[in-house]
Design a protein around this ligand. Structure first.
Ligand code: NAP
Length: 344
């Protein structure tokens, strides 16, 4: 039985679901994959536990603990083979990820930020051979990254990628199409937990921008965050507001969105927040699409990614389904871990 040590950063929604999934399926993972996934470290930003021999289930269930072991120490001391898992939403984990790869470990991310900073950082993380996995950074549990990797590795020419990458903005677009005002759609999305506490995190398009950047870089484009043209769904002047002030002022945008959707519907169109990667240009914007098109028929928080390639030119390849949720994301992260288990 091969023992594979795990150091896990970020025990939030996705992290907790992943720990539970690994513990609940430990027996099956041993039987089917011949691997013992051995948790040696768990870390949040203010607490952390580490034991190079690994923890019992009882000890793991007691996390978060008072203990404040540094994650850096865990990466220094954990024996090979090991996997460093990053399910944080932090932009500060890059040095640890680099250290883990330098030491010969594997890295699995659901956190987009280390791949969506500078291009130099993206390239650095990819410079250690095939030991970096990040399936869930785009489309959560949907097989987006591995599909793109396979297309590229088999010599297909990927000319364009289009995507509705945000469940939150998908929900809002569907909702205004159904006649709900923009402000009410945002309120509902917030109440249902689709948006971040500050809805501008979603409405600014920043998260979609990060996903776009990752795919564009995988396609070989040398793009920096500022190269992505992102349309915000609110005026820049609203950036100065507190969350409360922002929520009080979004009603003022209702008329604009009502007009936009009315004009679109007149011609049997609707509105979707679409990322487009093509010929070295990356754009993320609210786009008019035919109601009966692929994107137009997308409902609620589902994601859709369309690959137009040399092989898939007349009828592009379409991937569609739930693109968020801690369970599907944790399962995608575990899928990456199992890919590693097969080769270690
Ligand atoms: N939820 C989804 O559907 C989904 C889908 C695809 C991808 N993702 C990505 O997966 C990541 C996790 O999402 P989530 O919903 O689980 O977020 P979350 O609930 O906010 O959890 C993030 C966790 O990371 C911890 N953390 C922050 N900085 C850290 C650091 N420097 N070192 C160690 N731990 C740190 C936080 O701990 P503290 O409380 O101590 O700060 C928190 O427990 C995000 O990057 C998200 O974009 C999520």
């Amino acid at each position: 039985m091969r023992k594979i040590n795990l150091i896990h950063l970020g025990i939030g929604n996705v992290g907790k679901a992943l720990v539970r999934m690994i513990l609940e399926n430990r027996k099956e993972l041993k039987e089917h994959f011949g691997a013992d996934l051995n948790y040696c470290g768990l870390f949040n930003s203010k607490s952390g536990i580490f034991d190079r021999r690994g923890f019992s289930i009882k000890q793991l269930k007691q996390f978060p603990a008072d203990s404040r072991v540094e994650a850096k120490l865990a990466v220094d001391e954990v024996p090979l083979p090991f996997i460093l898992i990053d399910t944080t939403a932090s932009d500060k984990t890059f040095p640890l990820l680099e250290k883990a790869l330098q030491k010969g470990g594997y890295v699995v991310l659901s956190n987009k930020r280390p791949l969506a900073g500078s291009n130099e950082q993206f390239k650095k993380l990819h410079s250690f051979g095939n030991r970096l996995f990040y399936e869930t950074t785009v489309g959560a549990g949907l097989p987006v990254i591995r599909t793109l990797k396979t297309l590229l590795a088999t010599g297909d020419d990927v000319s364009e990628i289009y995507g509705c990458f945000s469940g939150t903005l998908g929900f809002i677009c569907s909702s205004i199409e159904d006649g709900v005002s923009f402000s009410e759609s945002v309120r509902q999305a917030r109440k249902m937990g689709y948006t971040e506490f500050d809805p501008r995190e979603d409405l600014s398009g920043a998260d979609v921008g990060r996903k776009t950047l990752i795919l564009a870089r995988m396609m070989g484009m040398d793009v920096e965050p500022d190269d992505i043209k992102i349309q915000k769904l609110y005026p820049t002047s609203y950036d100065g507001y507190t969350v409360e002030q922002f929520m009080q002022n979004i009603d003022k945008l209702d008329k604009e969105y009502q007009d936009k959707i009315r004009k679109a519907k007149k011609r049997e169109n609707t509105l979707r927040f679409i990322a487009k990667i093509s010929q070295n240009i990356c754009k993320v914007r609210l786009t008019k699409v035919a109601q009966n098109s692929n994107f137009g028929s997308l409902k609620g928080p589902d994601n859709m990614i369309i690959f137009k390639t040399k092989r898939y030119s007349d009828r592009p390849m379409v991937i569609k389904g739930p693109g968020a949720g801690s369970e599907v994301t944790a399962a995608g992260v575990l899928g990456d871990i199992l890919t590693i288990v097969r080769v270690v």
